[in-house]
Each structure stands twice: as structure tokens, then as C-alpha cells.
Design a protein around this ligand. Sequence first.
Ligand code: NAD
Length: 331
Amino acid sequence: MKLLVFSVREDERPAIKAWEERNGIEVTQVTVPLTLENIEQVNGYDGICIQQRIDIIEERIYEKLKEFGIKQISLRTAGYDIIDLEFAKKYQLKVTNVPAYSPTSVAELVVMQALRLIRNNPIVEDNMSRGDFRWGGMIAKEINTLTVGIIGAGKIGGTAARLFKALGAHVIGYDPVQIEDLKDTLTYMNSQKEVLEKADIVSLHVPLDGKTKHLIDAEALKLMKPDAYLINAARGPVIDVEAMIQALEKKAIAGAALDTLPNEQYFFNHDLSGKELPGKNLEKLMHMNNVLITPHIGFYTTVAVQNMVDSALGSARDIIQTGKSENEVSK
Ligand code: NAD
């Protein structure tokens, strides 16, 4: 069996090599994403594995894959919105994702940012960068005195809840699907509204879909306490960023930590040093000393990268060998 892996990053190479040796399956690594222009290179392989931002929208790509005898498209990511599932079905291509590569990876980032916010760390660092080492007025709160509100208590939200609980926080949450095992960790509220009203730290872990776009809008922000913090490590459009900036400017909330932002494909993981930042909102947020921004690095740990590679290549192998994979997302 021969697999072709697209968009390989340097940090993935050792994980891919290790999988190849463990499984005795030949794996070719290329750094380019899969496009119509370079699809001919798939000819001669048994399967493909991808991870890319460029949508695969051209029907011809799916048709070509079928022509080459390919039976699957394996994604090394949780999201699979870059794939046209109808075309995949039409050309009998089974699509797989990596549903959970390391919830702890994202949850640990969230806990770190929550602690930094409540210690006034961004303000302290901002002052110190200007040579101001005073701490008067920056008395911090301890996490064990606070209520953390998790909106979307699935794999990542549930893991974050457990970490916060272990630090002594009171954890509440809202999720239409309640998990029995989590009930010792977090107290489920009946609505998102209750979480927003009660929490000192609100952390968002919902998927982005038609219903969760701008889940946190001006009205939702009004429900939060003025000394509460907002954390988003889900997807940028879950927050109405304009409304959040207004709330931060009016001091209607105390601060925010954002690992995801709308239109992040234009700046996250790009070197824009010395260049103008795209968009006024990003510019504003970058200059707020009560806002922490990370460039969508929640997923980026050694454990998560190894798991992504193992799971994605394993799914490709399973579909080729047995026609089935537990990670199939195609209709
Ligand atoms: P999951 O499916 O396990 O959990 C999502 C939960 O949200 C589910 O329990 C679902 O019932 C709940 N939910 C859906 N709509 C809701 C709503 N309106 N209000 C409250 N709860 C709602 O997914 P997960 O693995 O925990 O991932 C959550 C999100 O984290 C992903 O969809 C993705 O957007 C994001 N993510 C970010 C990174 C990163 O690097 N920052 C990495 C992986 C995933």
C-alpha cells in the first residue's frame, strides 16, 4: 500500500515517519496542498491524506481521484468543511476526519489564559515593557474563588471543566446535550443566559455552525458581569467581534483571551512583521492591554500532532483495507 500525504509541516515529519515504520506502509510526504493543478501526482497511490485551508470545491478533483482508483480522503483535522461531501459521495470517496486529537491541548491553553487574565498579566507585561514595574491597583483574584462558565461542554469544554475544577474553581456550564460523567465536575445551567450572568470567566467551546455564529453578540455580552472575562478557543465567528470590542472599550467586560478570530486565515500563521495588520478589529484588539491573542495554537502540541497523524493515516489504511473507518464523516 502507498499513501500520499499533502501539506506536510516540518513538525509532522517525525510522526509520519514513525507511523510508516510501525505499519510497514509506504508514505510519501509533500508540502503542497491538493489542488486541481497538482492532482496528477496522486496517480499510482492507493490513498491520500490532507490538511489544508484551501477548499476542495472543483468537481474535477473528485472525479480525478476516482479515475486514479482512490477510495478515500483522509483529513488530519477535526473540521472537514473544505470538502464537498456531495461530490465525495458521487465519486464514492469516503471522507474521514480526526474527531479528537487532544482535547487537553486546547483545554490547557484555556486554563493558562484564564490564569493570566485574572492575574492582570497582560496589563502587568504591558506596563513592564515600558519600564513601569509598579503593581498598585492590580490585586488579583484566585481561581478557587471564581465561577468558570463553560458554553459547549463537549470533549474540549468538558476537559477544560475538569482542569478548572481541579484548581478549585466552581464550574458551571450550558450544553443542550448533558453528559452524565461531567455532572460531578460542572453544574449544568438551564440556559446560556444563566452561565453568562453567573460566571467570572466564560469559556466558549461550541462548534461553529449556522446556530452558533455570533452566539456571543451585543445582547449576550450585556448579560456578563463587568469584571468577567471571555475566552474563545472555539471558532472566531462564534463571537460578534465588533460587539465585543465595544464591550471591552466601555468596560462592560474586564478582558478577553482569543485563540480564534474571524478571517484568521489572512493573518494567523503568517509573518506580518513590519506590515500593516489586516482589518481594524485585529489592530484594535492587538493594542488592548486586557486582551490576549494567540494565533490558533490551542491544537498545537506534540501529543496532538502525533495523534492527528496516527488517526488520519490509520483511517486511510482502514478504508483501503476494509472499506470502513470509525472516523468516516461522509454521508
Ligand atoms: P464537541 O463536539 O466534543 O463539543 C461541542 C459541544 O458543543 C457539544 O457537546 C455540543 O452539544 C455543544 N453545543 C453545540 N451547540 C451549542 C450551543 N448553542 N450552546 C451550548 N453548547 C452547544 O467538540 P470539541 O472537540 O469539544 O471541540 C469544540 C470546538 O473547539 C470545535 O468545534 C472547534 O471549533 C474548536 N477547536 C479549536 C481548536 C484550537 O486549536 N483552538 C482545536 C480543536 C477544536
